[in-house]
Design a binder for this molecule. Structure first.
Ligand SMILES: Cc1cc2nc3c(=O)[nH]c(=O)nc-3n(C[C@H](O)[C@H](O)[C@H](O)COP(=O)(O)OP(=O)(O)OC[C@H]3O[C@@H](n4cnc5c(N)ncnc54)[C@H](O)[C@@H]3O)c2cc1C
Length: 374
C-alpha cells in the first residue's frame, strides 16, 4: 500500500490487487497495534530508519488529524545487568550516541515507577523515550483511503495467481478469475503469501506463525501510562513483549521467537498450549495479570527472510518484477519510509538504504534473524 501510494504520487498509473477486503483480516498488518521503535542493537541502519519512520508517523498523525501513532515510550527490561554485546545494552548505547535520551531503569526504579512488574525478576533495562505504537489495521485502512483518493486503482477480492511472462520478462499478472493485467512493472508485496506466489523464493523466505493473545484485566488503568508503557521483557533471550491497555482495556501480548513454519492459507488457530505458556510468563513477570480473562487470540504470520532483513529489489532473472516483502516480524513500523525505498527500486534510483534489502543468496543469519530460540 505504501509503495502504491508513493508510485502514484510520482506520477505512475498504479493498480493494486488484493484478495481480501482491505485491510485483509488475515494480513499481517491487520491488528490493533504494532511497536514503533528505533531500538535495534548496534545496527545503525535500522536505527536511522526508525528515526526517519518516527518523523513520518508524526506527519501521518497530522495529515490524518488523529493519533494513530502513540508515542508512549518503550520499556525494555533485562533479567541480568545489561552488558556490552547484548541487544539491549547496544541499543541503549547507540541511542545515546545518536543524541537520544533513554533512561536507565534499575530494580528500584522499576518497583517505584512501574509497579505491575515483578521487580525481583528484572535487574536492569531502560525506558526508550522515542517510539511507541501504531494502530496498524486502522493505518492500512487510512492509507487505502488516501490511495483511492490519489487515483490508485484498488481492486479488492482479486487474488493474483501467477505472473504473466514473455520469455524472461514479466509483463503483468494473472488473477484467480483468469484475467490478465499488463504492467511495465509488477511489484509483489504479498507478505507471508509471497513465497507461495513466487516459489523460486522458497529457499530465502518463508511464512512463520506467531501466536498473539489478548487479555482484558478488570483493572485496566493499572496497565496504562505512565506506569505501564509498551514493554519488552528480556526480549533478546525470551521473545516476550506487549502493550499497555487500549481504550477498551485490551492488553496484547506476543513473543518474538522462532514461531512455526506454516502455509499462509493453513488454519490460523492458536495451539491450545500457548495460553498456559503466556500465563506462566505473566505469573513470573507481571503477576497480577496472570489470571486476567483471555478475550482473543490470533496466529499472525511473519514473512521471515533467512537473515531477518527485508527483501526489496528487482528480480535479477525476471525483468519487470520487483519483490517488496520479508518483514521478518519488524516491518510495520517502517511503513512511512518503505514506500519511498520501494519506489526508488522500481524507478532504478539510488537509495541509501536499499543495499541492505537487495537480492541475495542464502548465507549465515545476521543479528535481526538471531531470535530467541529456546
Ligand atoms: C505477531 C506479529 C507481531 C508483529 N509486531 C510488529 C511490531 O510490533 N512492529 C513492527 O514494526 N512489525 C511487526 N510485525 C511485522 C509487521 O506486521 C509486518 O512486517 C508487516 O505488517 C508486513 O506487511 P506486508 O504489507 O508485507 O504484509 P501484509 O500486511 O500481510 O500484506 C500482504 C497483503 O498481500 C495480500 N495478498 C496475499 N496474497 C495475495 C495474492 N495472491 N494476490 C494479491 N495480493 C495478495 C494480502 O491480502 C495482504 O493484504 C509483526 C508481525 C506479527 C505476525
Amino acid at each position: 500500500m505504501a509503495a502504491a501510494l508513493e508510485l502514484r504520487r510520482r506520477g505512475h498509473a498504479v493498480s493494486l490487487l488484493d484478495p481480501g477486503p482491505v485491510p485483509h483480516p488475515l494480513a499481517t498488518s491487520t491488528d490493533i497495534s504494532k511497536i514503533v521503535r528505533m531500538d535495534y542493537g548496534n545496527d545503525e541502519l535500522y536505527t536511522a530508519l526508525g528515526e526517519e519512520a518516527i518523523a513520518g508517523w508524526h506527519e501521518w498523525n497530522s495529515r490524518w488529524g488523529q493519533e494513530v501513532y502513540h508515542e508512549t515510550g518503550f520499556l525494555i527490561l533485562t533479567r541480568e545487568p545489561m552488558r556490552p554485546g547484548d541487544f539491549e545494552y547496544e541499543s541503549f548505547a547507540l541511542l545515546k550516541r545518536r543524541g537520544h535520551d533513554p533512561q536507565r531503569v534499575d530494580r528500584a526504579i522499576l518497583a517505584e515507577r512501574f509497579p505491575a512488574w515483578a521487580a525481583d525478576q528484572y535487574a536492569d533495562g531502560y525506558l526508550s523515550t522515542g517510539g511507541g505504537w501504531a494502530e496498524s489495521g486502522k493505518v492500512v485502512a487510512l492509507m487505502a483511503k488516501d490511495a483511492r483518493a490519489a487515483g490508485v486503482a484498488l481492486s479488492e477480492e482479486v487474488a493474483v495467481t501467477g505472473l504473466l511472462e514473455e520469455g524472461s520478462r514479466v509483463v503483468g499478472v494473472v488473477t484467480a478469475g483468469g484475467d490478465e493485467q499488463r504492467a511495465d512493472c509488477v511489484v509483489v508485496a504479498a507478505g507471508a503469501w509471497t513465497p507461495t506466489l513466487l516459489p523460486h523464493l522458497g529457499d530465502v523466505m518463508w511464512a512463520v506463525g506467531q501466536p498473539v493473545l489478548y487479555f482484558q484485566p478488570p483493572n485496566p488503568d493499572d496497565y496504562r501510562l505512565p506506569h505501564f508503557p509498551l514493554w519488552a521483557a528480556d526480549i533478546s533471550r525470551t521473545g516476550w513483549y506487549g502493550f499497555s491497555a487500549t481504550e477498551d482495556g485490551t492488553i496484547k501480548i506476543a513473543n518474538h521467537g522462532p514461531g512455526q513454519r506454516v502455509h499462509p492459507d493453513a488454519s490460523r488457530e492458536v495451539a491450545p498450549q500457548e495460553e498456559a505458556r503466556f500465563r506462566r510468563f505473566l505469573r513470573d513477570s507481571i503477576p497480577e495479570l496472570a489470571d486476567a480473562p483471555l478475550t482473543g487470540s490470533r496466529l499472525c504470520l511473519y514473512c521471515d527472510t533467512w537473515d531477518g532483513n527485508f527483501w526489496i529489489d528487482r528480480d535479477p532473472e525476471r525483468e519487470g518484477l520487483v519483490v517488496a516483502t520479508g518483514g521478518s516480524g519488524h516491518g510495520f513500523k517502517f511503513a512511512p519510509v518503505l514506500g519511498g525505498i520501494i519506489a526508488d527500486v522500481v524507478e532504478r534510483k539510488p537509495n541509501p538504504h536499499a543495499a541492505r534489502f537487495a537480492w541475495r543468496s542464502r548465507g549465515e543469519p545476521t543479528s535481526e534473524a538471531a531470535r530467541y530460540t529456546g
